[in-house]
Design a protein around this ligand. Structure first.
Ligand code: DC
Length: 218
């Protein structure tokens, strides 16, 4: 299936801790659109594989699971085949394993199809994830690549889930490297994306900038 152009999509990409979820959710609320956290989808497939005892280094088995799993990724939480995985998708175990699942091309192709279908059903929305502007919706109305300094990103994660800032910074860097180096849908600034640095900025301030950019795109 090729890219979808007939829907009003705002694509928010960027590395872990850059503010994608906070900004994406708040922007969707401000614009009266729905919001999809696509990272939660890869996390949910990872949880489902762990629950079913499927080895994450068995690509065909994980891809088969990705195709059949029933995912409900909403603002209220994440349900995987009837199991409430809202907490499970954020564990350190899943943090450590999800990049391997997200590097599986067949899993990606299934998730991309589901993301396009999600947006098509709603006429658009705010979608957040590593490849939304580069692969899933290259013709999005607005493509934003959020960044923040590595230290600020680690501090935000530490505030969210506790833990040592230096350790978190190391794990964020390792994950960034995997996400950037994979051949299929790597983390990269999409062509035409506006790079917005959120370091030290209030959410409202970033939202004002994005709303202005959007006015310029309409
Ligand atoms: O944004 P996050 O930390 O919840 O993402 C979890 C993992 O999924 C991370 O390794 C990047 C990957 N991912 C991806 O490859 N493509 C997306 N559209 C979203 C997330």
């Amino acid at each position: 299936m090729g890219p979808v152009t007939e829907v009003f999509v705002i694509a928010i990409d960027g590395p872990a801790g850059a503010g994608k979820s906070t900004i994406g959710r708040a922007l969707a609320t401000r614009l009266g659109l729905e919001y999809l956290d696509t990272g939660a989808m890869y996390r949910a497939v990872t949880v489902a594989a762990m629950r079913e005892g499927i080895a994450l280094d068995a690509p065909d088995a994980v891809a088969g699971l990705a195709r059949r799993v029933v995912l409900d990724v909403g603002d209220g939480g994440v349900v995987v085949d009837g199991f409430d995985a809202t907490a499970a998708i954020r564990t350190t175990e899943v943090n450590a394993c999800v990049s391997a699942v997200a590097a599986n091309p067949d899993v990606r192709s299934e998730m991309v199809d589901r993301q396009r279908a999600w947006a098509r059903q709603r006429g658009g929305g705010v979608l957040e994830g590593r490849d939304i502007g580069s692969v899933v919706f290259p013709d999005a109305a607005l493509k934003v690549f959020l960044t923040a300094s590595p230290l600020e990103r680690a501090r935000r994660r530490a505030l969210e889930s506790g833990g040592d800032v230096d350790e978190i910074a190391a794990s964020i860097e390792a994950r960034d490297r995997m996400d950037r180096e994979r051949t299929d849908g790597p983390l990269t600034e999409a062509s035409g994306a506006v790079i917005v640095d959120t370091t030290g900025r209030a959410v409202e301030d970033v939202l004002d900038e994005l709303t202005e950019l959007l006015e310029g795109c309409r």
